[in-house]
Design a protein around this ligand. Structure first.
Ligand SMILES: [Zn+2]
Ligand SMILES: [Zn+2]
Length: 300
């Protein structure tokens, strides 16, 4: 007997996805069609609702506030070429297109916002006119180092420097969680992306820094994201790790779910695993957002 293809497991929401491939030119006139493609894919994958969370560096409105990341002495050539060619889309159009779209699934208006120390007030001002359903907070940069771009970019060989990087990462993450702008913190332990781990000697200190950051996040009232993209990356793990998620559960940090799809095929991907992972850590609920008001619903 032929086996029937399994029905996809229901996923209440995927709140982390992008409209365009990283190396693809942004075409404003294609936004509505791209949204329809994402909506169809969500429907096929039994995703209950989706939220679009494009990177802020796609939009011309953020060119100035991020300029020091791609200009000046010592800028990595890759980052310079990449970012000086981005910031081409228009935030007004992005928001209008999402607000006016009618898809097969409910659609939420989000954005993936880099945490940039010293510039969050400017970023807050740029974001303030728009009716966001939620904002994802991301740490992709430590200073001017975009640590999640590639293992060849900026990663030291010296294990002590990697230990220092981990500590700096959690301090920065903590500040981001406390800055008050974000609904949920995206991919909480992204620094592991390429498999760089703290040395055994530094591991307890790094774990303590992570715990401190999670406690601060809980106090600040922000959620954390369970992000399945790590399953598709060299580290081969969900962000955050199970032990961090258990810590998060212990301090009552609520969760959101995100595939971090940069292409339509990845919408909802890995989120059934993310839900099972959440359950293993003791979670029974996740959050939905509408106009920055959160609602807890039961995990399937
Ligand atoms: Zn990200
Ligand atoms: Zn993302």
């Amino acid at each position: 007997m032929e086996s029937m293809p399994a029905e996809p497991a229901f996923v209440p929401a995927d709140y982390h996805m992008h409209l365009f491939l990283d190396n693809e030119p942004w075409r404003n006139e294609e936004l509505a069609e791209r949204l329809r493609v994402l909506g169809r894919m969500a429907r096929e994958r039994a995703v209950g609702e989706i939220g679009i969370s494009e990177h802020i560096y796609r939009f011309r409105q953020f060119r100035e506030v991020m300029r020091d990341l791609y200009e000046g002495e010592g800028t990595h050539p890759y980052i310079r070429d990449w970012l000086s060619n981005d910031f081409r889309a228009d935030l007004d159009l992005y928001v209008e297109t999402i607000l006016s779209a009618r898809l097969d699934v409910p659609l939420r208006l989000g954005l993936e916002v880099d945490y940039l120390p010293g510039r969050m007030e400017l970023i807050r001002q740029i974001l303030s006119p728009y009716p966001w359903d939620y904002l994802l907070g991301s740490v992709h940069f430590l200073g001017r180092w975009g640590f999640d771009i590639a293992p060849e970019i900026g990663w030291p060989d010296d294990p002590e420097l990697i230990d220092e990087g981990w500590l700096q990462y959690w301090q920065t993450w903590r500040q981001a969680a406390e800055c008050g702008l974000f609904s949920s913190m995206a991919h909480p332990d992204l620094f592991k992306k390429f498999g760089h781990r703290p040395s055994p000697a530094a591991a307890p200190q790094v774990a303590e820094a992570a715990r401190t950051a999670l406690v601060a996040a809980a106090r600040a009232g922000v959620a954390i994201e369970i992000n399945s993209a790590g399953l598709r990356k060299p580290v081969g793990e969900i962000y955050p790790s199970l032990s961090l998620l258990q810590e998060a559960r212990a301090v009552h940090l609520p969760i959101t779910l995100g595939s971090d799809a940069h292409r339509a095929e990845d919408v909802g991907r890995g989120l059934a695993e993310a839900i099972a992972f959440a359950r293993r850590a003791g979670y029974a609920e996740m959050l939905l957002f509408c106009r920055q008001r959160r609602e807890a619903i039961a995990l399937p």
